[in-house]
Design a protein around this ligand. Structure first.
Ligand code: ME8
Length: 497
């Protein structure tokens, strides 16, 4: 089966922060997990490089737009690498391959009769790059998100007949209740659609930094249509000489935050329908990471630097913390103190310790060879079906809940060590068989959990899988690997600071 997951493409006028890293890590966890299941995976991220905000930011910095986006594309690429994302391609909307394909899709939308010429008059937020309808305008004609005055725009441009898709969109979400996750976001999208859809500008005439329309090159594509199309165009040119569209489209998951719900649940499927292209399978809309009670954002300046955290604690710790602390789908506060607490108590104590002591005991009591014994019946029921449960949760992008399922068993194994007391068993030759069973069960439990944790903690689980002499990273049920394997001791995976 093919599995195609995307992040938003981030604006090429800013520096990456933890909010961007969050979506990237989420998509990466799903991609890694699906690869473990042997699926044919494609994972896309990238940068959104056209439009007025970028042209303006470049001018302010005394750069050409291209110079600015070249720099920030590099920063976003670095960010993805630093959080250990395994994206299969990094799209930039200034790629020639993207531009050509955007033009081709828009031409189809026009041929299909959904484009007309008209005059736009209304309110526009230059930061959102969004035309606001009545219920999106704050007091004194301001942007509700950025709290800045909106611009009154009047311009001659081309329109997309969004209104023609009202019924089809309603039907889409009524007939596919699971398509937008979490469920309350689907209600939001439906409410927006039922509120009535106005046609939207498809092009801008007073901006030049964008994709020119093939039939009217004085106008450039409205940046949101250009940007949304990235998910589709990338497959056409990500691999030289190969078109991956048939293999991966429609996307399995678009991972986004709630700020761009309207674009992804209303504009995007409508535009695809207009072009005669299949709509994505599912869209996951996560919440905002908050520092205190404020959204982290570039314009508010309260940004937690993921690079600093990674420098000090490693990418695994960041990946773990974000999905452990905040319920995926909800807003959630994060803090340095919260981070340090979880690092100590969960990564270092619960998991790191379990790994170190299991390997140390096998080394001390059995010369590093996992005994050839069977699994302890005491643990069998706990581990029964764990891989399926985690897989089912991750099928629905329940990243935090899947992690919780795994963590329950991490704690279970720690309790098992305390209950079984291998150091007592080791003192009496009469307990040798029981010790074999306990050590085997610990090694096996640790192996199963390490495999399940791999998508969350790729670097430390790589070390551990090597120490456990587990060559294959595919998921495995408890008790499926026989003993007799030589394992190695390890240094603490999450050293105390
Ligand atoms: O909107 N918490 O780009 P953008 C969680 N280019 N996630 C956050 C976040 C926070 N505090 N801040 C940002 C754009 N994000 C468009 C997208 S897609 C075709 C075009 C993440 O750079 C989250 O995924 O403003 C959010 O949707 C995205 O960054 C917005 O990134």
């Amino acid at each position: 089966m093919s599995f195609y997951v995307t992040t938003p493409i981030f604006y090429g006028n800013g520096e990456p922060h933890l909010g961007h890293a969050y979506s990237t890590m989420a998509a990466d966890i799903l991609a890694r997990h699906m690869r473990q299941r042997g699926e044919d995976v494609f994972f896309l991220t990238g940068t959104d490089e056209h439009g007025e905000p970028i042209a303006q930011a470049a001018e302010k910095q005394g750069l050409t737009p291209q110079e600015l986006v070249d720099r920030s594309a590099q920063s976003f690429r670095d960010m993805a690498a630093k959080v250990d994302a395994t994206n299969d391609f990094f799209i930039r909307t200034t790629d020639q391959g993207h531009i050509e394909r955007v033009q081709a899709v828009v031409d189809r939308v026009k041929e299909n009769g959904f484009v007309y010429e008209g005059t736009y008059e209304g309110w526009y937020c230059p930061r959102c790059a969004d035309f606001k309808n009545e219920n999106e305008i704050g007091p004194g004609d301001t942007c509700l998100i950025h709290e800045i005055p909106l611009d009154r725009e009047t311009e001659q441009n081309w329109f997309f007949r969004l209104s023609a898709f009202q019924d089809e969109l309603e039907k889409l979400y009524e007939e596919n209740p699971g398509m937008i996750q979490p469920d309350f976001r689907r209600n939001e999208a439906l409410a927006f659609i039922r509120g009535g859809l106005n046609d939207v500008s498809l092009s801008r005439s007073q901006i030049s930094w964008g994709v020119p329309l093939s039939w009217d090159p004085d106008q450039v594509m409205y940046v949101w249509f250009d940007a949304l199309l990235n998910y589709y165009t990338a497959l056409g040119y990500a691999r030289e000489g190969e078109d991956l569209t048939g293999r991966f489209w429609p996307a399995s998951w678009h991972i986004i935050a709630k700020d761009i719900l309207k674009f992804h649940t209303v504009y995007w499927p409508a535009f695809l329908m207009a072009a005669g292209i299949e709509v994505p399978q599912r869209i996951f809309i996560h919440g905002f990471l908050l520092m205190g009670d404020k959204k982290m954002s570039k314009s508010l300046g309260n940004v937690l630097d993921p690079f600093e955290v990674i420098e000090k604690f490693g990418a695994d710790a960041l990946r773990f913390y974000c999905f452990r602390e905040v319920s995926f789908g909800q807003d959630g506060s994060i803090s340095t103190e919260g981070f340090e607490t979880r690092y100590e108590s969960e990564l270092a104590n619960d998991f790191g310790n379990l790994a170190s002591r299991t390997l140390a005991m096998i080394s001390r009591y059995r010369d590093g060879v996992v005994p050839e014994a069977g699994p302890d019946p005491l643990l069998l029921a706990d581990f029964e079906g764990i891989t399926d449960r985690v897989s089912a949760l991750l099928d629905d992008a329940q990243i935090g809940q899947a992690l919780e399922e795994i963590w329950v068993l991490v704690r279970r194994l720690n309790r098992y060590v305390e209950e079984a007391q291998p150091w007592v068993l080791a003192k009496d030759e009469a307990d040798a068989e029981r010790l074999d069973q306990v050590l085997y069960s610990l090694a096996e439990g640790l192996r199963v959990l390490t495999l399940l944790l791999h998508p969350y903690l790729p670097a430390s689980t790589d070390i551990l899988l090597e120490a456990l002499a587990e060559p294959d990273q595919g998921l495995a049920p408890f008790g499926s690997r026989p003993g007799g394997v030589k394992v190695e001791k390890i240094d603490p995976l999450f050293p105390k600071l």
